[in-house]
Ligand binder design. Structure first.
Ligand code: ADP
Length: 428
């Protein structure tokens, strides 16, 4: 198997986002959870593989080491180009990790120049004259200036990058991007000859990102959000294998369907309410009871066994802000989260053993706990049910499984019912 492009994402949900972008561009795409090794098996015939790391907020030297290992793994599977996916709001601190990781990937590849563009126009992230906008505000005027881990108080990308790397950074402005692929390539060469190592490019639309993607096709290291990845994906000529493989995507419509929710985000709470209002069977897990030793897992499985096998079921630990605060006050925040993740991971394994073949998981951390419990390390990315929320396909010891991993605030309010009352694959 030979990959055409490899990607390293600096967080779990960013990995899903960028994998969905490659899939939209027509590439048959795998998503790998966590650092891969020799025992990690990719689905056959993939054009792209995304390794989702947790390197956004770790110390820079750890982020560098993990990213270099992922780059070597992707190279060994044929990827000539490696895309470094970070957040469309450039979440990072003056110490890293975007600059140090990009520099390390470039050094390892022998690259002298990298192109950056965090624009994500469908989400209102645009870059103009090197400044990052969130809808109609500069990044530094948006809510991101109060982010708990990476407060963003500057919007000038060349300046932000320059603080994270000893090398020079410069801009390719929108006027050049509008002139097209050749103009951008010429500008890259001119910057390269002037000793510039990091090039930030403006982009206001998906068309701009398509131009940048085509211009960046030969660069060994490119960096940005999902938009530029999709632009690059479109620039790769489609292979017959990808087309045939996309048609042959598995569609396990047999077997039972379930949602496991551990996200307490507002959108997930709405999705739970909508599922309940639709008259579908749902069960709330009593986290405090589980902590005092009651067999909440056994009770949930007994409840599951009584449900109509033709209907999807929802089992959730998700709680309102008041309920969450009460549980956290009793157990502590970390202990409460660990209990819930353990509970939902265990339930996921039992449900798959009992015939669930379509499983929707709500919550970023929760998704990590469930994939770990199921021993799922790599999935094939399928069609999106909502933007950034694709079906994925995994092979488990109990057979094929369609898995949808949703970050808390993603998806329309009716996602749970819509995704699970149609069969996987009908969502396209
Ligand atoms: P999101 O994507 O919305 O941030 P996550 O799954 O990443 O969702 O995070 C939600 C966290 O809340 C998880 O660590 C989960 O274990 C925890 N959690 C969920 N339900 C409860 C609950 N009832 N009590 C305490 N913690 C909970």
């Amino acid at each position: 198997m030979t990959l055409r492009i490899g990607c390293i994402a600096d967080d779990f949900t960013g990995g899903t986002d960028v994998a969905a972008a490659f899939r939209r561009a027509g590439l048959r795409t795998a998503l790998v959870f966590g650092a891969p090794d020799d025992t990690t098996v990719l689905p056959p015939d993939c054009d792209a593989a995304v390794v989702a790391l947790k390197s956004r907020s770790t110390p820079a030297d750890e982020a560098v080491a993990d990213s270099l290992a992922a780059q070597r793994w992707l190279w060994a599977r044929g990827a000539a180009q490696v895309y470094f996916k970070y957040c469309s709001t450039f979440d990072s601190t003056p110490h890293g990790n975007i600059g140090p990781v990009t520099d390390a990937l470039m050094d390892a590849a022998g690259a002298t120049v990298a192109l950056h563009c965090p624009a994500s126009p469908p989400n209102g992230r645009t870059v103009y004259r090197g400044h990052l906008f969130v809808h109609d505000q500069l990044l530094s005027d948006s809510a991101l200036r109060h982010h708990p881990l990476n407060p963003m108080t500057d919007s000038a990308l060349v300046r932000l990058l320059s603080a994270q790397t000893p090398h020079q950074a410069a801009l390719i402005d929108w006027g050049t991007v509008r002139q097209g692929v050749e103009a951008v390539r010429d500008a890259v060469v001119a910057h390269q000859q002037a000793g510039i190592r990091h090039i930030v490019a403006d982009a206001l639309t998906d068309d701009d990102l398509a131009v940048l993607g085509a211009a960046a096709l030969e660069l060994p290291v490119v960096a940005g959000a999902a938009g530029l990845a999709e632009g690059i994906g479109h620039a790769y000529p489609a292979t017959a294998a990808a087309t045939a493989a996309a048609i042959a995507e598995p569609q396990p419509s047999q077997g039972r369907a379930a949602v496991l929710a551990g996200s307490c985000s507002a959108r997930t709470l709405e999705q739970i309410a909508q599922f309940y209002a639709a008259g579908l069977p749902s069960l709330h897990l009593d986290v405090l009871a589980a902590a005092t030793g009651r067999d909440v897992t056994g009770e949930a499985l007994a409840w599951y066994a009584e449900q109509d096998p033709g209907l999807p079921v929802l089992i959730y630990a998700s709680a309102s802000p008041e309920e969450l605060a009460a549980v956290q006050a009793r157990l502590g925040v970390a202990e409460a989260a660990a209990q819930v993740e353990e509970l939902l991971g265990t339930l996921a394994s039992h449900l798959v053993e009992r015939g669930v073949r379509r499983l929707l998981v709500a919550g970023g951390e929760t998704s990590g706990a469930v994939t770990t419990a199921l021993g799922v390390r790599a999935v094939l990315v399928g069609a999106e049910a909502d933007p950034g929320v694709p079906w994925t396909y995994a092979t488990t010891e109990n057979g094929d499984l369609a898995l949808m991993l949703k970050s808390g605030n993603f998806g329309a309010p009716d996602l749970f019912t819509r995704a699970l009352t149609t069969t996987a694959g009908e969502t396209e």
